[in-house]
Design a protein around this ligand. Sequence first.
Ligand SMILES: CC(C)(COP(=O)(O)OP(=O)(O)OC[C@H]1O[C@@H](n2cnc3c(N)ncnc32)[C@H](O)[C@@H]1OP(=O)(O)O)[C@@H](O)C(=O)NCCC(=O)NCCSC(=O)C[C@H](O)C(=O)O
Ligand SMILES: [Mg+2]
Length: 366
Amino acid sequence: MSRSAKDFFRPLAVGAPLPVREVPARPSRAIHFFDPSNAKMAGKVPGMVGTVDVLLGNLEDAVKADNKVAAREGLVRIGQETEGLGGPDGRSQLWTRVNALDSPWALDDLTTLVPAIGHKLDVVMVPKVEGAEDIHYVDRLLAQLEAKAGLDRPILVHAILETARGVADIEEICAASPRMQGLSLGPADLAADRRMKTTRVGGGHPGYLVRQDPVDGSPEAIGAARATYQQDLWHYTIARMVDACAMHGLSPYYGPFGDIADTVACEDQFRNAFLLGCVGTWTLHPKQVDIARRVFSPSVEDVAHARRVVAAMGDGTGAVMLDGKMEDDASLKQCLVMVDLADQLGAIDPDLKAQYDAIPAAGASA
Ligand SMILES: CC(C)(COP(=O)(O)OP(=O)(O)OC[C@H]1O[C@@H](n2cnc3c(N)ncnc32)[C@H](O)[C@@H]1OP(=O)(O)O)[C@@H](O)C(=O)NCCC(=O)NCCSC(=O)C[C@H](O)C(=O)O
Ligand SMILES: [Mg+2]
């Protein structure tokens, strides 16, 4: 059941912080997953603060059932003890992925984490979201816990698209609460739920392809070697997610790429998502972090070109020719997306800022 427009921004519990009217657009190129019950992984977290936009303590899948309590307690310890992690001034954001709402652990995850580290926790990722009712449940519970803990800032909510119903209900999920921060693709669970015939965690499949036409209808031509082109299994869902997020003011993310060794295909998958409109991705292993940071930051060449178009377009109306190509207010708007993103990322990433600052001013001779 949706709330009336005038009630939408009222706190859902007496004493809970006011809901945000706009989701703060904080850079989140890599949402880095770690298992807080794994001592080796958890030990890496302090050293990663400031080098990755988001550190996410994962409590759900990939954490063994026997370790669920240890993971929750480990995350509390990390949130309390790690300097620079989480909260509005954190050098890296602190997120968690709680267990699924129908599991025996989700309630304890939330009732433990919010009082203990709610002031540090920026976003709660909710897996296997089916519809608005899941977000309404988390929304109310978070408001109650925030009020009890005396928090002055609402914790945001991120939904993973990993069921067919979740994809079908995507608009209602996005619109379910002012807490909604974004959506991620969960390709492995989604593939299972859809009864797709894949066995991977994200990425492509060599069998999903189109083939060049035969030169004629003869059996020889049909049997001859023809070029094939692998297609992207995830194009439809990512595009659907990007549209829903853009419409509702949320951020879309690619999810996991499970072939850790194949850094090249990982980069391709991340770049496809970036080009389609995603702002970031999950990283499962330290070696994926630099790939994500590189891919989800506009290249120096793209920023240089975008700035030239902005300069050439003057008051933003009409059409101009630049390097033999027509530019108008629609290409200007695309270039402004690139320039704004470069400014946002430059503000938190000194290396990038130095690269973007070194671009000669548009109109200046090189
Ligand atoms: C994938 C892994 C199991 C690989 O771990 P491991 O075999 O230990 O890798 P390495 O030996 O190469 O590790 C080198 C060192 O780096 C540390 N390490 C590894 N991963 C991480 C990490 N994520 N964060 C921090 N540090 C990490 C190792 O401990 C090694 O340390 P040292 O020995 O001191 O040198 C592992 O990477 C892993 O478990 N990653 C996280 C997996 C995960 O979170 N999966 C869940 C998300 S995907 C999903 O849920 C599917 C989705 O929901 C859907 O439906 O699609
Ligand atoms: Mg999953």
